[in-house]
Write a protein of this length. Structure first.
Length: 260
């Protein structure tokens, strides 16, 4: 019995055992007792997780895959959740315990998986998985890069991001049309922001929505005082600012005379 890959779910099953083991081995397993794998398919990665001294849970939206996993991994059967990761309340599974996230993520929801992780960062000290290569590179990129953007800054405000290795299309069934990239996120020791979090998100998003403009122009909607706009940081474009510079910028805006 095998599972047929479904295009509407963005399924591409990994067939290379070495790559699966390398992804499983990318987590440190430090600081948590649970792992949540997203989109396990037929369990090529799952079986390596089950060999580790940690409690593995899997979340899978495809009923055919769910039946396959329950039939072939009997010791996992009560921790297979047939649901949509993006809609599932993970507190129901883990209460307030920390857990890591891992997976060969469907490309069509991969950035949403990252944003949900950021929302739950208090409980997620580590994250490892496979993305479309361009997305993985964007998440891990630094200032000055053409692909550095909203996803890079918001992720790296809370996590250290490391691009691990590239995966060719030939090791999937069916093969995708693009290369894939595996990355690891490790939560920073001090991951609370030194500024208002909602304002930080607003500043980063507004800046990159007009990435070719200087910050003086892209942040006009913030109604900044002339005194603040005279600061040399506003001469820069968003891709020139490091994550720490964005945090400093947010603090400046937060204390600006014109802000409510």
């Amino acid at each position: 019995m095998s599972v047929r890959a479904k295009k509407y779910l963005g399924q591409h099953f990994l067939t290379d055992e070495t790559i699966a083991k390398n992804i499983a081995d990318s987590l440190s397993l430090q600081g948590y007792k649970h792992i949540l794998e997203i989109g396990p398919g037929m369990g090529v990665l799952t079986k390596y997780l089950l060999k580790k001294d940690i409690k593995t849970h899997v979340i899978e939206i495809d009923p055919e895959s769910v039946n396959y996993l329950k039939a072939n991994y009997l010791n996992l059967a009560d921790r297979v959740y047939e649901t949509d990761f993006l809609k599932r309340d993970l507190i129901q599974i883990f209460n307030d315990e920390p857990f890591a996230i891992i997976g060969n993520f469907p490309y069509n929801i991969s950035t949403q998986i990252v944003f949900k992780t950021l929302e739950m960062r208090e409980q997620i000290p580590e994250f490892s998985g496979m993305f479309q290569k361009e997305v993985a590179a964007r998440i891990c990129s630094k200032e000055g890069s053409k692909v550095y953007g909203i996803l890079s800054v918001l992720t790296q405000a809370f996590y250290d991001a490391e691009y691990l290795f590239t995966v060719p299309p030939t090791v999937f069934n069916p093969p995708p049309k693009v290369e894939s990239g595996v990355l690891r996120l490790r939560r920073k020791e001090h991951f609370t922001l030194p500024c208002d979090e909602k304002l930080f998100f607003r500043v980063v998003k507004a800046a990159f929505q007009q990435r070719r403009k200087t910050l003086r122009n892209s942040l006009k909607s913030f109604n900044l005082s002339d005194n603040l706009k005279a600061n040399v940081i506003f001469d820069k474009r968003p891709e020139q600012l490091s994550v720490n510079s964005f945090l400093e910028l947010t603090k400046l805006i937060e204390t600006d005379d014109n802000q409510d």
